[in-house]
Each structure stands twice: as C-alpha cells, then as structure tokens.
Design a protein around this ligand. Sequence first.
Ligand code: TXA
Ligand code: MG
Length: 330
Amino acid sequence: MVKTESLTFEENTVTLSDSERGLRAAAALLNAGGLVAFPTETVYGLGADARSDRAVAAIFAAKGRPAYNPLIVHVADRDAAERIGVFSDEARLLAERFWPGPLTLVVPRRPDAMIAGPATAGLPTVALRVPGHPLARRLLTVFGAPLAAPSANLSGKVSATTAAHVRDGLGGRIAAVIDGGACPLGLESTIIGLSADDAPTLLRPGGLPVEAIEHVLGRTLAQARGREVTAPGQLASHYAPRAPLRLEAAIPAPDEIWIGFGGEHVPAGLNLSPRADLAEAAAQLFGLLREADRLASERGAAGIAVAPIPRTGLGLAIDNQLGRAAAPRP
Ligand code: TXA
Ligand code: MG
C-alpha cells in the first residue's frame, strides 16, 4: 500500500479522502471515463459519467451486471432532473418534498436527455435521484454532470455501506473509492414509478418509508409485485451472502449463525438492534450480513438464521432485502 497526502493505492484502486483535493481527483477520473465509488446516505454508489456510453458500459463490466438492468442517474438538484425526465404533478410533489434524500423516481425519459443509452437499458423511462449525503452532493457539484450509479457491489451481492466493503467487492476493478465513512441509512433508496397513466407504484421499498410517501400523495401506492418486472433487479435473488439464509427464525439451530432483533428471549450472537429500533437495524443490516457470512464460513456453519422483523416503516425495506438475500440462487 502506498500512502500520499490525500490518496491511498490498493490493488490499483485508489482510496480518496473526502478533502477538496480528493473530490477534484475523483472528478478528473470520472471525466476520463473512470469509475469512482462514493458514499450516499443510503449505500455507496459506483459512479460513472452518465453521458458516456463507454463509462456506463464499464459499470456493467465491473459489477458483472446484466445489461438489461438499468442504473439510477444521480443529479445535483431538481432542475437537473427535469432536464432528463418528464415530471408529472405527483412526481414534482415527491421531488419537492423528499429531495435531496433516499427516494428514486422512475419517470419518462425526455427524448433530448443527454444520458447514455446503456444507463437506462434502452427503456423509455429513467430512474433519477438527488442524493442527500454532503459528499455525494459536493461530488456532483464538482463534476458538474449527472452520475450513473448503481450500488457499489458485485452484481447479486450484498450492498456496500463502507469504503472497505467497496474495496472487498470491487478493489482492482474500479479507479477509486472516496472514503466518507459509514452510510447513515444503510438501505437503498425507495423507488417509485410515475408514468403518465398508471398510479404511482412502489418498485422497491427502501430508506424512505412508504407511509411518508403515501401521506404526501394522499393515496395508497400501487404494488409492483405480481406485475411485469419493471425493475429487473427487483425480484431475482439479490444482496445474497454465500451462506443460505433462514428468515423469521424464532431461534437458531445449533449449526446456524444467529442475527437477532430486539433484546428479549434471544440467544447471544449478532443483533440488528438490541433495542428493536428499525433505523438502527437498517444501518446495521448489510454489515451484519457480511459479518454473519464471514463467521459462517469460518465456523463451517450450515447457514444464517435471522429473527423476525416488523414490516412497518423501514422494516418493510429490511424485510424485502432479507427476502431477496434468502431467495433461491440462479
Ligand atoms: O440508494 C440507492 O438507490 C443506491 C445509491 C447508490 O443511490 N443505488 C442503487 O442502485 O441501489 P441499484 O442499481 O443497485 O438499484 C437500482 C434499481 C435496480 O433494481 C434497477 O432495476 C432499478 O433501480 N431501475 C433503474 N432504472 C429503472 C427504470 N427505468 N425502470 C424501473 N426500474 C429501474
Ligand atoms: Mg444494487
């Protein structure tokens, strides 16, 4: 490892500090078509210049992501978003109320949008988000253009909530990661589909509780489940650790690694939140899945057992992510 004032080199992937120099170096790498991972309030994103076919294609290659699975385009503000997508009144309402923040809006793509085709996987729609993390916002400002950014993990694996997680999965495959510490929310953004004709649809539960969105819209969200898959990442096995996962376990089997929730009547082991706090559980989720996976292989355990999580507020997103982590693998 080589260390200079603002950067560290590791397996050809540079770790940049959150200083102005670090951000300028990140912007320079992005301008050259490089991939730079950066923290957001949800999870680390793997950024590329959203206007460049070549840079966006490199994201799919680095992650091993199928080309049919479109990316979220991150922008600095709502004006930038409206230059890329067509916003209905309800889309604008949600953007005004929740951006910057953990909400992604899938809206019709403007024909004149300066976005590389592979970013939207050829769909007539585009996923847009204004992230709230100060470092993500500074990077977007310094770079001065939209960043296509999926979660910074290998396709199908657990999302990254620290720079070390990013290096674990993508070290040597990407130009750089900006180290901004742990992501405060720890869950991906909530994705809402807003086409011209359909009712607003929940495409993925995430860090913004569904209840808050329904409150602002004054109506219930339609559910994507059972409909045609519009978010390809949404139903397949995803966020998967290596060890098999058993959900809603009252108690672990002797040969299982335990992830508890709440403090009562549970065996010792890892715990998402001893005081049964869903925000704490969300922030811990991906890190504990990684830790449980490590323990499982170290101890030759049969699998990972996870305690029941209430399906309200952030619990809905935690439950959804666990469900995909436990889904049968292709
Ligand atoms: O919090 C987040 O959303 C993080 C941070 C980095 O912003 N990003 C993230 O990206 O989770 P990713 O690629 O892991 O998940 C994006 C999801 C995928 O399931 C993709 O299928 C869906 O968004 N998506 C993207 N564009 C879409 C579109 N036009 N229509 C439907 N779904 C779309
Ligand atoms: Mg992802």
